[in-house]
Design a binder for this molecule. Structure first.
Ligand SMILES: [Zn+2]
Ligand SMILES: [Zn+2]
Length: 431
């Protein structure tokens, strides 16, 4: 029992079929030819069934089948079209299921009658599908898939589609050797609850909500990445050998609380080197007349672009992070060159570009960059301060009040660039 391809291909089948139907309606193709093309290589229909339809069309001719297909795709009565197709090509359940799936994938599912009979029975459903290609049986089958679908939806509490229930049915035997009742769910401590929708040679595919993720089998089992429910499953390798897997951990609490940041006092040299870089930034900004002016017209709002922490550079034996004057310039522009403690604070006009003079200050100090996975050198973390406030926040007795005011104004912007910090953590950085 293996699914080698990503389940997404089923959607591609539908999309290319819809293109084929257009060609048919423009008279470029017959429905029979379009179907034969759609059938080639698709694993939703057993190859024997695929071959048998070709043989039948050779012996009986395709006219009757063409009419039946037209009724299916252009008429309304699905049950009648079903009977017509059976009359034309015989009770080829796989092809029938495939055709109805092409017609309406939100309502009808493909079928592999022999396989799915066995799979449904594993789930406790008394299914009789082989040699029972009737409209009634097919409706019943779709009803079961819908039941599985509803169960998955309820269990996962997120977006599952009908086709996922179908995918799920494919993989059931690989999982359910050791259980009778419960459907197969996995729980991942990062992505939440998911359903197994496919296996590949080395991959297990799990759907979490709308997203399907692949995990290496070795990772899943060796490192216990997936918490499997129930605790034991079996899968088959390429040579049909059974591999029984027992994950190490029991399913339980999966939320791992974010560790509190350890804000340690910086040593004198680190503070000194960082102060130098801050002053260098103010100087660079004064020199970069053109860039600052250019940025005035090119940036209208905070972009919320998360950047990863850059590589540190070495300076006086300390590893530090450089500040980009372009980013600081944009931050000042976004603050309209006013002090963010109060827009009324007096300032003066810059000689180089005619703008009011304010200084950039990294609210979460660059000296603490190591504590964050994301870059702190973002517009969202750079406030514009008048010279007086900038000195006060660095050297003032009441600096923490300024920090609190700025944090309150900026916390959502900080979050938008992945800078996750509480007020008390931030205040510790200023003590
Ligand atoms: Zn500063
Ligand atoms: Zn000020």
């Amino acid at each position: 029992m293996r699914i080698r391809r990503n389940e997404g291909y089923k959607f591609n089948v539908i999309v290319s079929w819809q293109e084929q139907v257009k060609a048919v309606q423009q008279g470029k193709l017959s429905y029979v030819d379009a179907l034969l093309q759609a059938l080639s290589g698709v694993n939703l229909v057993h190859y024997r069934q695929r071959n048998s339809i070709k043989e039948k069309l050779d012996t009986r001719g395709s006219e009757m089948f063409e009419d039946a297909l037209r009724d299916l795709f252009e008429g309304n009565e699905d049950s009648v079209a079903f009977e017509e197709i059976v009359s034309a090509i015989g009770g080829n359940y796989d092809v029938l299921g495939f055709l109805f799936f092409l017609k309406d994938p939100n309502q009808y599912m493909p079928i592999r009658s022999d396989m799915f009979e066995e799979r449904l029975r594993l789930l406790g459903i008394d299914a009789h599908l082989s040699h029972n290609c009737t409209w009634k049986s097919y409706q019943q089958y779709n009803g079961w898939i819908k039941e599985i679908y509803q169960y998955l939806q309820k269990y996962m509490n997120s977006s599952v589609q009908l086709i996922d229930a179908h995918s799920f049915l494919w993989v059931v035997p690989g999982l359910s050797k050791y259980i009778d009742s419960d459907l197969q769910m996995v729980e991942h401590n990062k992505f939440g609850k998911g359903i197994v929708v496919g296996f590949d040679r080395d991959l297990i595919k799990v759907k979490f909500g709308k997203e399907t993720r692949s995990f290496e089998k070795q990772d899943c089992f060796d490192r216990g990445i997936l918490r499997l429910i129930p605790a034991k499953i079996s899968i088959y390798d390429e040579d049909e050998n059974e591999i029984i897997v027992e994950p190490e951990r029991e399913p339980e609490e999966t939320v791992i609380p974010e560790p509190k940041k350890q804000i340690q006092r910086l040593d004198k040299d680190t503070i000194e080197v960082n102060d130098e870089l801050d002053n260098q930034l103010i100087h660079d900004l004064d020199m970069k007349t053109d860039d600052v002016q250019e940025s005035d017209s090119s940036i209208a709002s905070y972009m919320g672009i998360i950047k990863p922490r850059p590589e540190p550079v070495e300076r006086k034996g300390r590893s530090v992070y450089s500040r980009n004057p372009m980013v600081a310039g944009k931050a000042l522009t976004l603050a309209r060159h006013k002090c963010e403690i109060s827009v009324d604070h007096p300032t003066f006009i810059r000689r180089n570009n005619g703008k009011p003079y304010t200084e950039p200050h990294h609210l979460v100090p660059m000296a603490y960059q190591d504590l964050f996975e994301v870059s702190l050198d973002r517009e969202e973390n750079i406030v514009s301060l008048c010279s007086n406030c900038h000195n006060e926040i660095h050297y003032g007795k009441d600096a923490l009040k300024l920090v609190e005011a700025l944090y309150t104004a900026r916390k959502d912007l900080l979050k938008s660039v992945g800078i996750d910090i509480t007020l008390s953590e931030l205040q510790q950085m200023y003590c």
